[in-house]
Design a protein around this ligand. Sequence first.
Ligand SMILES: [Zn+2]
Length: 606
Amino acid sequence: MSGLRFPRHILPKIHKMITLRNQQVILDSDVAELYGVQTKRVNEVVSNNPEKFPEGYVLMLDNQEKAEVVENFDHKLSNDRANPKENRKSFRLLEKIVSLHPILNKQTSNMKNTDNKGKVFLFNTLSKRKELFKPITPDHVGLYVCGPTVYGEPHLGHARPAVTFDVVFRYLTHIGYKVRYVRNITDVGHLEHDADEGEDKIAKKARLEQLEPMEVAQYYMDSYHKAMDALNVKGPSIEPRASGHIIEQIEMVQKILDAGYAYVSKGSVYFDVEKFDKDFGYGKLSGRVLSELIANTRELDGQSEKRNPADFALWKKASPEHIMRWNSPWSVGFPGWHIECTAMSTKYLGEQFDIHGGGMDLLFPHHESEVCQSTVANGKSSVRYWMHNNMITIEGQKMGKSLGNFITLNEFFTGKHEKLEKAYSPMTIRYFVLQASYRGTVDFSNAALQSAEKGLEKLYAAERHLDSLKAGNTSTENITALQERCYEAMNDDFNTPKVIAELFDAVRVVNAVKDGHATLTAEDIDLLKNTFRTFFFDILGIKPELAQGDTREHDALEKAMQLVLDMRKTAKAEKNWALSDKIRDDLNAAGIVVKDTKDGAEWSLA
Ligand SMILES: [Zn+2]
């Protein structure tokens, strides 16, 4: 409900409106002259809706925003030759308005989500500082995140990057960017040891379980997807599999060979790190120094193929027992692990794209190698902003199978692990992850999870009360400021703990209004509902769940549904189609979808 209309090219830069007293729109005479039509319209709107516009509207920007406007306008002026005079004039007037009206008494109006486009700062691992995010193509964002190697059950180490970049994806989409989100599936090429040695992780599992490697990949990919659904992680726009892009990987290896930064050795192809270091400088992303790296690298069997222990494989010749193998110009073999991400990100996002994300454990050697590959193959480093989420520990220890603290997501959801005192719902896990900044470590313990569970329950309870708040004549709480603080937190490197703190401030307001200690106008109640639900559900991605935090209620529902589905099964067995259909349709009407699978009927909320 902005009262004042400015030309399109100014509007996005202006996001704060504040009211003035005196029931009139205060405009500089120059502005009135330039925007005569619009001013007249504003006056009309205001005089026709006195109850909606008890006071006029004028623009207000703080210093940081002003600086940004200047920057944007400079850019705009240099680009827009069609009407430079007009633009300069617009800008000067805008500046004048800003200087004429510093902070006035009361803020109002609903900030639009798109007003936050162009205001996001993110921490770039490459520059080691927060940078203003500017996409290569205006309004479009290319986002690539390293997905799972599918050879085992999904665990917390999978949940953290997935949830982190889900929030990045959700927020950038929310503020109006068109995001193409690519998250790959590694189903070939990831060896047991990062130094290009050992068995392929998926092939090993296949051998142990006497399965086709692709059966292993399919099984664990499905279970990854199931866990991600439970965590309310949105699927990416494209989810390419490494095994489906062997041709692209071979082509890229060839490009690197042609450029002279790789060599063939006994049928395998290795990247020449030393040559790269000389020409481009190695270690820009991870900060590793090549000479130290070489000094610290153990000589392993088979490394004699490499000229230098720091070189990494682009293509590996398959040994006779290796089951995953493809033809290539160099040997029958398989791609190195790092090349898949460069090949697939180039294919779907172009030679240069905006954001590459992943866990800090991938920074070296995986991402450093990606930088080498793209720099040589595409003539430039592909990625503008590198984002890395920090690691998860369990009771202060690194998670590992040998330590007995390796807990899968499913074990968290069911509570079936000796380290767990109880089951923790997927939303508790999600919320717990988001309680910390993505760049900080997260330590899981029963106590910490149970306190997260309680906090989340408070937020759910407040959300349920939103619809029963009674409006008053005035507002004693500033909801616009609350909404702005939520956006500011997200714009500040996706600061989810800050957003959660703001939501708790909203809980305080809800309770105060409920208890009669505070009042809100109908308009502010709407804004509060909108703000709370937008950030809680849409941006943090918390699912409106039945009986969150109360597993008894949840279990009871599960049992009741099983009973109903059993009745339907009996009806079907007795060929009582009318009854079985009625059960299905009535459940449907209640928002419960029943799906018949080969393992029996399953239910889910619509
Ligand atoms: Zn990757």
